[in-house]
Design a protein around this ligand. Structure first.
Ligand code: BLA
Length: 243
């Protein structure tokens, strides 16, 4: 269902000088026969001069689940928000789409610089900017006011979410191209820490943990979260001794 999105993303990424980043052993691909439908999960991970990491994952469990999840972390010379995309479909009744530039900082100057430019797109896709309320995450932590967040249907995914996805991506590349790199070591360090905090927060809250465990087992799920998806998370309650 989201394959055309992945194809578009891959075409777009050709504009960067990509280098593959290694995915830890056993996490790049997995298959499950536990559910009603077979499930396949596959991930890709790259870096470029402007992006220290861009990763995406596709879950194909036929009718049961189709997911495209993508996160791009700018090089820490850039304080740009993290590009976050989560497109989910669990059968026809539950289709959820989230696209955002996830802010690392929340001061007014930052918001004006990076979140205000999304406003025109958020308004263009007003039907996809639904006030749904979040169960897992705090909407005020790493989400912007201009995110697209919608419960929708297959036709809308094709006719509205796809163009929205293309528009948000191209705006993100524009902001990235226009960004001036930080030069002060303290400023770069502040960005490094903020990206790390994002991973720590995201790993702890990730609503997909149960999904990964049910298909691929708890141990694989834990490794996937902490060694791949949010590899820079500082695992406070995680590890061999804790839990
Ligand atoms: C919700 N994301 C979800 C849910 C799942 C995933 C299963 C819960 C759906 C539900 O039952 O309501 C799935 N999350 C994944 C998968 C991965 C993942 C498969 O990280 C990894 C492969 N989520 C993100 C990113 C954003 C994001 C980058 O990973 C940012 C745009 C958003 N996902 C997001 C939001 C929700 C969600 C806002 C709703 C959560 C809530 O209600 O609090």
């Amino acid at each position: 269902m989201y394959k055309p999105f992945q194809d578009h993303l891959e075409r777009e990424l050709q504009r960067f000088e990509l280098q593959s980043l290694p995915i830890p052993e056993g996490l790049e691909h997995n298959l499950s026969e536990r559910g009603k439908n077979k499930a396949e999960i596959q991930s890709w991970c790259y870096r470029s001069p402007q992006l220290r990491k861009i990763r995406y994952t596709y879950i194909d469990a036929g009718e049961s689940a189709q997911v495209l999840n993508c996160v791009a972390y700018p090089d820490p010379h850039y304080d740009l928000p993290i590009l976050g995309i989560d497109l989910l479909s669990f059968g026809k009744k539950k289709i959820l789409v989230v696209i955002d530039f996830q802010p690392l900082f929340r001061d007014p100057e930052y918001t004006e610089k990076y979140i205000a430019p999304m406003r025109a797109l958020r308004d263009k896709y007003d039907d996809l900017a639904q006030d749904l309320g979040m169960k897992f995450y705090d909407a005020n932590q790493y989400f912007s006011k201009n995110l697209l967040f919608a419960k929708t249907d297959e036709l809308t995914v094709e006719h509205r979410v796809f163009p929205a996805f293309k528009d948000y991506l191209s705006l993100y590349w524009q902001l990235l191209d226009a960004a001036t790199p930080a030069s002060e070591p303290q400023e770069i360090q502040r960005i490094v820490e903020a990206q790390k905090d994002y991973d720590t927060y995201s790993a702890e809250r990730d609503p997909a943990h149960g999904l990964f465990s049910s298909y691929f087992g708890a141990e694989w799920a834990e490794r996937f979260l902490y060694e791949f998806l949010f590899a820079d998370a500082v695992p406070v309650t995680h590890g061999v001794t804790a839990r």
